[in-house]
Each structure stands twice: as structure tokens, then as C-alpha cells.
Design a protein around this ligand. Structure first.
Ligand code: FAD
Length: 435
């Protein structure tokens, strides 16, 4: 009998908890990856950087395993169907995998765990994609934190080398099952077309930036942030490795961002209602205007607010937007246009190559003021002031909105002072009603 290790958002063989436990199981190991049709069938745009990146990384793993005389089983389908087939095809004693915290993923794992249990196959799951999960960083009363600052204090105190140790999988690579490599899948066979971009591999050590704390807020700088989101999303880089390097370099600002990442994962795990609702329920009472025409202009980057338009065009063109500008564009949609944050969240989810439900939802609820670290509802970002502060020479704006100083650039879709007051009044009304 074999041990199977089911890779999902942890596409690496090094420093991977599930791979390590599988290799130590004493049985030959085969890794499996499933292109999940439950997720893929919902993507309207059949050119998708995430799918292409996944395929690239799956092929890379396939090559790595082929060099060791083994293989990666790559399947395309719904996990339940694929697992039924794998069970009938192989003699499996145990399945190893890493925790996943989204509602869909938790349900999926419950179903597969049940199926495996019915066949007397063990299902072993480990923490891997975060440094601290669910119940590892709790308040004194053993409840989850719902505010970032005290959470981060506790998180940083606990961040000892013990939690950052790597899993030395390479010592056991000879335990991969010896077999000939399977034929690779193609994008076309899954009904996708190539985007035609390359996604270079990254390692933790080539990622740390010398002056991250000084550069991270300026979207015009080409390397002001790490641009590592997609690698963290699919686990092509180990979070422990990255945090270890940041800690050794004493890059507290960067560590703080990794802490935000953990924070939003545990929020999602403890409060799954955030996937569909405001974290603070009273914010579900907001009477959104939801004007579709204005939403369309926001999506296209034609609001007449240069920093907002630059951000949206950056997103539409390269599938990534700088964090500062994500904050500005999101705030503009929720407050200036009074459009439901869930509309914006869904749009980002379609476009962002580093899309991650927990961080995206956290970011949107932060902007809407409905989330854990809510800024008071009467604080409304002024896009012009934000641009002045974070893009003082207008370089970022001109890169994405070259016509900004020409007469054909649209007039502002709403006037700032009026929109601000309208947002405050609408929020105030909802919050009174919610009480
Ligand atoms: P860096 O600044 O180099 O940070 C390194 C890593 O730290 C990031 O890759 C990410 O994994 C993590 N990180 C940084 N900031 C945050 C944060 N605020 N919350 C959680 N993790 C963070 N991040 C995503 O990974 N996926 C998303 O879908 C996503 N959607 C967002 C939506 C909105 C409205 C907002 C305001 C923020 C969102 N973020 C999201 C957080 C942040 O904007 C991105 O992580 C960051 O811009 C990615 O670029 P980078 O890799 O260069 O980040």
C-alpha cells in the first residue's frame, strides 16, 4: 500500500508539512494534484494567470519528481470523483494533506475525509500555509482576536525559531514511489488559453527588500514591495522560510505584513460568516446605491479620479495592484460610490493573480469599515490627498492614465465633499438601525 500526499495550495516538495509526514509514513509516497472543476468551471475568463501559473508549477514539480524516478499524479475533475477513481486504482493506506481554511475547502476536506474513512484509509492533515493557525494565538480569555494590534503583539512574542523550523523533507526523498512519470496536462485540455506571461520562480532569499519600510507605500516604485502574493497563495514559497529570513534581517515591517496574512486567515476560520456578510452585522444594513453604470466606470478605471483609475487599470492590465492603491480604490467604491463591498471583492477576486479569499475579504471589509479593524465610518479617504502623499510626482498615475492632463480625461464621477457627506449620512443611518 501507498501513502498519497494531496497538494493544493502548497506546491513545493521542500519544507512542506504534509509531504514530510507522508515521507515519514514508512510507505512509498505519490503526490497528487487536482485541477478542481468546482473552482475552474466558475471562471468566466478562460485566460487566467492563476491557472497558467498553477500548470507551470505542477509541471515543475513533475520534472522534479521525474528526476527522482517518481511522478506527480495530475487530475482534472471534481475532488470527490477523482478520489473515488484513485481509491479504485491504487492501494492506498493513508492520505496526507495541509489545512485549508476557506468554507468551500473545509467542506471539501470533510467530504473526502469521510470517503476515505469508509475505505479505512487514514486522512492526516497538518498546518502549513500559515505560521499560527486558528487557536494558536488567542486572547487571555481564550477567544479569537478581532483587532489586529493586540493580535500582532501576541503573534510576535510567540514567533520563536521553534515555529519557523523547516520540515527536512529532502532527507527522505528516496521514499517517493518509483514509477514512470505521467504525461502532463495542457491548458487547452482544461479549456483555457495562455495569457502569454512568464512567472519566474522566487525564493525567500531573493525576495527580501533592503528598504521595504521606506518603499512599500509608493506605487510608482517598480520593486517597492515583494510581489510575492501569488507564490504565497499557491505555496511555491514556504511561509516559514520567508518569515525566518525576515526575522533574521530584522525586517519588522515585512513581518508585520505576514502577520496580517495570518490574522485574516484566522478571522476567516473563526468567523466564516465574513465570506458573505459584514463581520459587524450592523453594516449589512447599509443602503448601498449599487449604481451599475458607476460600477462599470470604476471597473474600467474611468471615474475621473486619477489615482483610482490608475489602480484599476493596473489591475486590469497586469492582474496586480499595489496595496496602497487597493486601499484607495476599495474605499472609493464603498464610500464615494456607495457600492456594496461584495461587488468590489468579487471583481478583485476575478482579476488579482494573488487573490486569496481571506486577505481580499479582510481588505474589502476594512475599506468598507465593516470588518475587524474598522476605521470609524466617518473617516473617508480623500483620493486627491492620497495621490499627493503617495504619488507626489504623479509618476504612477501617468504610467497607467497617460491622458490624465488632456481634455479627453473624464470629469470626476462624483464630487468629493458631496460624496463624503453622503457616505457619512448613509452609514450613520444604517448603524442607528442596526443597533
Ligand atoms: P508585500 O507588501 O511584499 O507583502 C508580502 C506579503 O505579505 C504579501 O504577498 C501577502 O501575502 C502578505 N500581505 C501583505 N499585506 C497584507 C495584508 N494587508 N493582508 C494580508 N496579507 C498581506 N492580499 C492577498 O494576498 N490577496 C488578496 O486577494 C488581497 N486582496 C486585497 C484587497 C484589498 C481591498 C486590500 C486593501 C488588500 C488586499 N490584499 C490582498 C493585501 C495586500 O494588498 C497584498 O497582499 C499585497 O499588495 C500583495 O503585494 P506584495 O506581494 O508585493 O506584498
Amino acid at each position: 500500500p501507498l501513502s498519497l500526499v494531496w497538494l493544493r495550495r502548497d506546491l513545493r516538495l521542500h519544507d512542506n508539512a504534509a509531504v514530510y509526514h507522508a515521507l515519514k509514513s514508512g510507505r512509498p509516497v505519490i503526490p497528487v494534484f487536482i485541477f478542481d472543476r468546482t473552482i475552474l468551471d466558475d471562471l468566466d475568463d478562460r485566460q487566467d494567470r492563476r491557472v497558467e501559473f498553477l500548470l507551470q508549477e505542477v509541471n515543475r514539480l513533475q520534472d522534479e519528481l521525474a528526476k527522482m524516478g517518481s511522478t506527480l499524479l495530475v487530475r482534472y475533475g471534481k475532488p470527490i470523483d477523482v478520489w473515488k477513481e484513485l481509491i479504485s486504482q491504487y492501494s492506498i493506506a493513508d492520505v496526507f494533506t495541509n489545512h485549508d481554511y476557506e468554507v468551500y475547502a473545509k467542506e471539501r476536506d470533510k467530504t473526502i475525509g469521510k470517503l476515505l474513512a469508509e475505505q479505512d484509509i487514514g486522512f492526516h492533515t497538518s498546518k502549513d500555509q500559515v505560521i499560527f493557525e486558528r487557536d494558536e494565538v488567542l486572547t487571555g480569555k481564550k477567544t479569537p482576536y478581532t483587532v489586529f494590534t493586540p493580535y500582532s503583539r501576541n503573534w510576535k512574542e510567540k514567533l520563536t525559531s521553534f515555529y519557523l523550523k523547516s520540515y527536512p523533507t529532502e532527507n527522505y526523498f528516496n521514499h517517493f514511489w518509483k514509477t514512470s512519470p505521467e504525461k502532463a496536462l495542457t491548458l487547452q485540455s482544461m479549456d483555457f488559453k495562455p495569457v502569454g506571461e512568464s512567472f519566474p520562480a522566487r525564493t525567500a532569499s531573493d525576495t527580501l527588500l533592503d528598504h521595504y519600510n521606506q518603499t512599500r507605500d509608493f506605487p510608482a516604485l517598480p520593486h517597492g514591495t515583494s510581489q510575492l502574493g501569488m507564490h504565497l497563495r499557491f505555496g511555491t514559497i514556504s511561509i516559514r522560510d520567508l518569515a525566518r529570513q525576515a526575522k533574521a534581517a530584522e525586517d519588522t515591517t515585512f513581518l508585520n505584513e505576514l502577520c496580517w496574512r495570518d490574522f485574516y486567515f484566522q478571522v476567516l476560520d473563526h468567523f466564516p460568516h465574513v465570506e458573505k456578510h459584514s463581520f459587524r452585522r450592523e453594516y449589512d444594513e447599509i443602503n448601498w446605491r449599487n449604481n451599475e453604470d458607476e460600477f462599470g466606470k470604476w471597473c474600467e478605471g474611468k471615474t475621473g479620479y486619477p489615482i483610482v483609475d490608475a489602480g484599476m487599470r493596473q489591475l486590469n492590465t497586469i492582474g496586480w495592484m499595489h496595496n496602497r492603491v487597493r486601499m484607495i480604490t476599495a474605499s472609493f467604491l464603498c464610500k464615494h460610490l456607495l457600492i456594496d463591498w461584495r461587488w468590489g471583492e468579487a471583481y478583485f477576486a476575478k482579476k488579482l493573480r494573488d487573490y486569496d479569499l481571506s486577505a481580499n475579504n479582510g481588505g474589502w471589509q476594512w475599506a468598507a469599515g465593516s470588518g475587524t479593524d474598522a476605521a470609524p465610518y466617518f473617516r473617508v479617504f480623500n483620493p486627491a490627498l492620497q495621490a499627493k502623499k503617495f504619488d507626489p510626482k504623479g509618476e504612477y498615475i501617468r504610467q497607467w492614465v497617460p491622458e490624465v492632463d488632456r481634455p479627453n480625461y473624464p470629469k470626476p464621477i462624483v464630487e468629493h465633499t458631496t460624496a463624503r457627506q453622503r457616505a457619512i449620512d448613509t452609514y450613520r443611518k444604517a448603524l442607528r438601525k442596526g443597533k
